[in-house]
Every structure is written in C-alpha cells, then in structure tokens.
Design a binder for this molecule. Structure first.
Ligand code: GLN
Length: 485
C-alpha cells in the first residue's frame, strides 16, 4: 500500500519494527503535498527541509536501538494560530502576516518531545472566526471530496490536509466547533478535549473561556494517539487541570455493554438536513448492536446556545484582540499622523471583515449601557446550559448529536448571510459553553460528502468518547474511504 494512505498508528508500528524509515515516511507526505496542494490550498507554511533533517536524526536514533515511544517520527500539521518556534504564526490574518513565533506552544513542545515531526502551518479562518475557512486573508482551502465545497472551519486547513492525506495528523483549535465541524465536512475524526485538559499556552486567544486545542486523525486510534501526546498539566496555563491523563489507546474497545447513551430530543429539530438525520439514526442502531443502551434525554436550554455563544465569544474576542494595536507587534499602517489614527488605521487595515464584526459586537455587549442586558445575561444562560448537561451526565455516559446540521456547502453560499453561517454551529457551540469534551466521527456520505456524528462526554471522560467512537468506527467502513483528489 502507498505510504500516504496509511494511518499514523500503522506507520508508527512499521517504523518501530524497522520495516520503513522515518525519512521515507516524511518524503512520502512531502511528495503527496506536491501532488495535491495546488488544488487543495490547505497550508500557509511548509518546512520540508527541517522535517527531513529531523527525520534523518530520528532514523539514526532508531538504528542505534533507541526506543522513541510516542509518535516515532510521524509528521504533524499545526493550525496557524498555534506557535511553533521560528515558524510563522499568522492566524491567517494580514495583522500577523510577518510574525514569527519566538517559542513553542505547550502542545508543540509535547509533540517534539514525543518525536513527532512538524511539517508546517495550516490555513484557517482569520483568528479562528468562521465556519468555512473562507475568512482566511491568504487562501481558500477546498474540500478534498469536492473542490467546489468548503472544508468547514475554522480549522479547515487541518481537516482538509488530513482527509487528503497530505499529513497523517494535525492540530486545530476549537472555540465553538472549529475542530469537529471541519472534521465532519472532510470525513475525518476530530476531538475537542475538556476545557483544561490541554494547555492553551502558545495558542493565540480567541475566546479564552471556550478555546481548546483539538486533534485530527484519519481514524479514532490516530486521534487518540495525538490527544494522549498533547494532554496534561501545564503550569503556564492557569486553567490547565492537574488531573492524570488516562491511556486513551487502552480505551479503544468494541464492546459498549453497560454504556448508556442519550439522544437529546431538542437536537433533532430545526434545519437539520433529512439525510443527516437518517445517517445519525443508523449510527444509533450500530451503537445499540454493539451493546449500548440508547434513550431519549432533554437539554431544554440548548436552544439559547447559539445566541449565548456569539455574545460571550465576541466579548472575549474583543478583549483578546485589543493587543493588536499596530504598536507592539503585527501590522502597522503606513500613514498615521497621530497615535489615535495609528490605532484606528492599523486595526482597520489589518483585520478582516468578520474579525471587525466580532470586535464591534463584543465591545457593544461589554459596554456600560448593555453589559447587564447582554453579557451578564449570557453568563447566566451559560450556567443553565452547563446544568442541563450535568443532569444528563448523572444518567448517561455520552450524548449523541449530528456534528453539523448540513454537509459541506458551496463557496460564497453562506458568507454573505451571517446568520446562516452562524447557525451551522448549532450543535457544536453548546459543548464549548459547558466546557465538555466531544468527538466527531464520519458516519456516512450524502452526495459523496461526509456526514459527522458528534459524541459528547462528561468532563475528562475523553476515554469514554474514544471507546464509543472506536466501537462505531470498527463496525462501519467510512474510515477506509479516501477522497479521490
Ligand atoms: N464557527 C465558530 C465561530 O465562528 C467557531 C469558531 C471556532 O471554534 N474557532 O466562532
């Protein structure tokens, strides 16, 4: 079989058994990139040379009998809002077009420590704001299943690169669905960990109480492998949880006996595409056949989550993005006469339309006259959404929903209709508001485009999610399909 078609865990085993060299693996993915990247446009920066040097270094260690553990030289792509030392970190914004990160994010240092090879940086919606990657200031990443469709967003580059096998593993970030939704649109596995499970040190902040770094893999085992590498306590992130990380690979069993899975009645309404509903219902049947007990549950406050998310995330974004002022770093306007003009022009010219919209909305809901009416109320609603989930998890091990109400859409289809674009996030944002973990796994195809099944778990129960997702995956064939690009 061709190298690029193989899963990360398969390649790792071959490297371990000395059946293949790291250099060959890295070379195969570089070659794959050179073949498809012209059509796909998933990367913003690639460092082939450094990757090959690193590969040779690891091959030497392996030849001398060293046990590398972890990633064994497997290439990884990184979303361009996660710092990799000496690589650009543009957040797909003109504001940071020439910014080079002076340090490694915690997750990146863990990947390096565990012998992963960083291939480069992946395209995204500017500062993570969007659901289609159309908001990148630099390029439009395509969906590898159909180049006329968007890959989802905001981690569209990461999802498209893994789906097209330009790279076996990738990192993204998920503030309101940006790992799970593009994973669903591109037919790969994507996990958003519990808030606090993975350090945010070195992740450019969007909504600090919502952001988590998440993982992409071509199957559940690959996703679990990368998640295990990046999870754990970091004293440089004050919200990082000091809770031991279980062995996720060990939780990959097909048996779901004793697992209670809830299906919220509120989730199967609204603008859910009919074919998506039937794919989810079929998936429920598979889970039941594997021993799970499926029952209806209720999340009454979930209908407010979209409004709640866009108030809270925009408020936090407006505060986080205040640091881009044209003075300290990033883009600076050429012709400002006064300090105030420098701020205004640098920000007007450096930020894209969607980022400016969020900053304005956020500033508005935090302003003196509207704070109580919008921001404070949104915080209260957030608490009610959390309590809904708490009640459900007293009874259930996991909750199921679609990842997205639709399959991948056309370019320009929703970019002019902001509400339509925002509503795509209906199933993913409640999870970030509650701080819970959730995974998206492929569960079918409609018109040759993938559908994603979202499995939501209780706090720090990622192992449960991997168990259920793996059980489902091993009973279906979706993870074996590769787009013909
Ligand atoms: N699509 C959502 C937004 O635009 C989520 C983004 C994200 O998770 N980074 O805010």
């Amino acid at each position: 079989m061709e190298i690029y078609k193989m899963k990360a865990h398969e390649l790792r085993d071959m490297i371990k058994n000395k059946e293949i060299k790291v250099e060959e693996v890295v070379g195969a993915f570089i070659e794959r990139i050179s073949k498809v990247e012209g059509k796909l446009e998933a990367w913003l920066y690639i460092d082939e040379e450094k990757a090959l040097v690193k590969a040779k270094e690891l091959d030497k260690k392996i030849a001398s009998g060293e046990e590398l553990e972890g990633l064994w030289g497997i290439p990884v792509g990184i979303k361009d809002n996660i710092s990799v030392k000496n690589m650009k970190n543009t957040c797909a914004s003109k504001m940071l077009e020439n910014y080079i990160a002076p340090y490694d994010a915690y997750v990146v240092s863990k990947i390096k420590e565990k012998h992963g090879i960083i291939l480069g940086k992946l395209n995204m919606d500017e500062f993570g704001m969007g659901s289609s990657t159309e908001n990148s200031a630099f390029k439009k990443t395509k969906n590898p299943w159909d180049l006329r469709k968007v890959p989802g967003g905001s981690s569209g580059g990461s999802a498209a690169a893994v789906a097209s096998r330009e790279v076996p593993l990738a990192l993204g970030s998920d503030t309101g669905g940006s790992v799970r939704q593009p994973a669903a649109f591109c037919g790969v596995v994507g996990l958003k960990p519990t808030y606090g499970r993975v350090s945010r040190y070195g992740l450019t902040a969007f909504g600090s109480t919502l952001d988590q770094v998440g993982t992409f893999g071509a199957d559940v085992e690959d996703c679990a492998l990368l998640t295990e590498v990046i999870s754990g306590f970091d004293r440089r992130d004050s919200t990082s949880a000091n809770i031991p990380v279980p062995n996720y690979i060990q939780s990959l069993s097909k048996n779901l006996k004793g697992k209670k899975i809830g299906v919220p009645k509120e989730l199967f309404c609204g603008n859910l595409q009919e074919e998506v509903t039937s794919a989810i219902r079929e998936a429920l049947g598979v889970l039941q056949d594997n021993g799970a007990e499926i029952r209806e549950c209720s999340l009454p406050f979930i209908e407010y989550s979209l409004a709640d998310y866009y108030i809270i995330s925009s408020a936090e974004a407006s505060s986080n993005l205040a640091r881009f002022d044209g003075v300290r770093y990033g883009f600076r306007t050429k012709d400002a006469k006064t300090l105030e003009e420098l701020y205004i022009k640098s920000r007007s010219e450096g930020f894209g339309e969607e980022v400016k919209r969020r900053i304005m909305l956020g500033t508005y809901v935090l302003s003196k006259g509207y704070y109580d009416a919008y921001y404070r109320k949104a915080l209260k609603v957030r608490q009610l959404i959390k309590e809904d989930f708490k009640k459900v998890f007293k009874e259930f091990h996991a909750v199921i929903s679609p990842t997205s109400p639709t399959i991948a859409f056309d370019f320009n289809e929703k970019s002019k209709d902001i509400m339509a674009m925002y509503s795509v996030d209906i199933y993913t944002v409640p999870i970030n508001l509650a701080g819970l973990p959730a995974i998206s796994v492929p569960c079918g195809f409609v018109k040759n485009l993938p559908v994603g099944l979202q499995i939501i778990g209780d706090y720090f129960k990622e192992d449960n999610l991997f168990n259920i997702a793996y059980s489902y995956e091993q009973s279906t064939q979706w993870h074996k399909k590769i787009p013909n690009i």
